[in-house]
Design a protein around this ligand. Sequence first.
Ligand code: DGI
Ligand code: FE
Ligand code: FE
Ligand code: FE
Length: 190
Amino acid sequence: EKELAALSKRVGKNLSKHRFEHCLRVSDYAVKLAKQNGVDVNQAAVAGLVHDYAKEVSKKDFLKKIDKSGLNPDLKNWGNAVWHGVVGAEFIKDDLGIDDPAILQAVRLHTTGGTHKEMTGLDKVVFMADYLEEGRDFPGVEEARQITDKSLDQGVFYQLAHTLSFLAGKEKVIYPKTFEAYNDWAMYLK
Ligand code: DGI
Ligand code: FE
Ligand code: FE
Ligand code: FE
């Protein structure tokens, strides 16, 4: 579609080649998962394309945006991993003029996920497409793709469990929303 091509050009200008190509692949994978799960294909294509739009924004600009947008100042204690989704949605709104609340929420949740009640089909599709796009090659990615083809919800839980364990294995600080999402899905699915 013409609008998507114009948007893609603008996203490409804000990102390095490798990250832009990741965004294109996430968009494609999100479309595939959207078709499998009765999710709006255009919203999936757009949300996938823009999800990492702010990934290369500087710390200084994230901090400014948190103030300007009136976001919770506690966010300032975190870093790029959290900011590029939650604060990234504000850049996508302001720079790209995307105001569809469903797309903005999918961007906000794409790194941490959310509770099963909070996550829409679109949120799950973008969350999983980011993890499973054709360029991903971590151990277990093929198993994760198979699980997700069978059940989008089981895929979400697989990613939450594996990301949490990966981060803890590297002794990283973990954002509370990541824990909250994991616990919620564990109670919901087990
Ligand atoms: O932006 P991408 O690299 O495509 O993928 P992403 O947005 O899903 O994740 C970005 C990074 O953030 C990835 O290395 C995993 C990490 N991450 C996810 N949840 C947390 C986290 N890092 C920290 N420190 N804490 C978290 O809760
Ligand atoms: Fe991301
Ligand atoms: Fe992700
Ligand atoms: Fe990504």
